[in-house]
Design a protein around this ligand. Structure first.
Ligand code: PGA
Length: 248
C-alpha cells in the first residue's frame, strides 16, 4: 500500500486528479471505476479543468460507477447518475454511452445487478477504481456485515449511512434506504485502487481499513489484500493511524 499524506482536502484532490489525469493521457481508452459523495468532488472539478485548459481527452474513456440509490430516477438531483452528470460527465468530452451507472429505478433490481456483473466481464478490467470511505468503513455501499459480498447486489443502508447522507436531502425520510452496489469482486479486480479520505470524521475508518484486521465488519479493510493500492489522505484523516505521533 502506498500512502500519500497531504495537508488538506484540496491537496488530496490535486494529487488524485494528477494520478487520474496521467492515466487518461497514457491510456486514452482506460476504464475508470468512479465514486460519488463529497470526497471526489474536488478531483472531478480538477479533471474538468484539465479537460478545458489542458486538453485532457476523455473521448475514449469508459467509466463504471460503484453504486446508485434504489428508487431514485437518474434525473433526481440526488441520484448518483445526476451527480456524475453535474460534476463530471457534463463537463468533459466523454460520450454518454461510455458511462455506466446502475439504474436505481430498474423494475428488476436483481436483473440490473446481473447486468452490471456481465458488463464488467465484457468491459475488461477496470484500470483504476476510485474510492471514498464511509465513516463506518464502507466502500461503495458495501456496508459492515458478517461476510464480504462478491457481486453487484442490493444492499440495505445502515442507519449511520442514512444519517451521513441525509445532509444532501431536504428530510431524513427522503434518503433512500436501499442501493445497488458493486461488490468486492468488482472492486478488487481493478488493476489499481485509489482511495481518498479527508477530515477527522474519517480517521477511525482509515486507521481500521489500512492497519486493522481484514474483516467484513470494516469493509474497506479488504484493500489490504489488493496488490496496488494508493491511499491519499490528509493529516486529519490519518490522525488515528498512530503514524504521526510526536516522539516523546
Ligand atoms: P463522502 O462519502 O465522500 O460523502 O464522505 C464517502 C463514502 O461514503 O464512501
Amino acid at each position: 500500500m502506498k500512502l500519500i499524506c497531504v495537508s488538506n482536502e484540496h491537496e488530496m484532490s490535486l494529487e488524485a486528479s494528477r494520478l487520474i489525469g496521467a492515466l487518461v493521457r497514457i491510456t486514452p481508452d482506460a476504464i475508470l471505476g468512479l465514486a460519488t459523495g463529497s470526497t471526489p468532488l474536488g478531483t472531478y472539478g480538477e479533471l474538468s479543468r484539465m479537460f478545458l485548459e489542458e486538453n485532457l481527452d476523455f473521448s475514449c474513456i469508459r467509466t463504471i460507477n460503484l453504486d446508485e440509490y434504489i428508487g431514485l430516477d437518474g434525473s433526481h438531483p440526488q441520484s448518483y447518475r445526476a451527480f456524475m452528470a453535474g460534476y463530471l460527465f457534463g463537463r468533459i468530452n466523454i460520450p454518454p454511452a461510455n458511462t455506466f451507472v446502475p439504474d436505481g429505478m430498474a423494475e428488476d433490481i436483481e436483473g440490473e445487478c446481473r447486468k452490471f456483473d456481465e458488463l464488467m466481464e465484457q468491459m475488461g478490467r477496470v484500470d483504476l477504481q476510485l474510492l471514498g470511505i464511509g465513516a463506518n468503513g464502507h466502500i461503495g455501499f458495501n456496508e459492515p456485515a458478517d461476510c464480504f459480498t462478491s457481486n453487484f447486489h442490493c444492499t440495505e443502508l445502515t442507519e449511520d449511512t442514512i444519517e451521513a447522507n441525509s445532509r444532501f436531502f431536504d428530510r431524513r425520510e427522503d434518503v433512500p434506504t436501499h442501493a445497488i452496489t458493486m461488490g468486492m469482486r468488482g472492486i478488487m479486480n481493478a488493476r489499481r485502487l485509489l482511495i481518498l479520505a479527508s477530515g477527522k470524521k474519517k480517521a477511525n475508518a482509515v486507521a481500521e481499513a489500512c492497519f486493522g484486521p481484514v474483516t467484513p465488519r470494516v469493509p474497506g479493510s479488504i484493500i489490504q489484500l489488493h496488490p496496488d493500492v494508493t491511499v491519499i489522505a490528509d493529516w486529519e484523516a490519518l490522525s488515528d493511524t498512530g503514524l504521526f505521533e510526536e516522539a516523546e
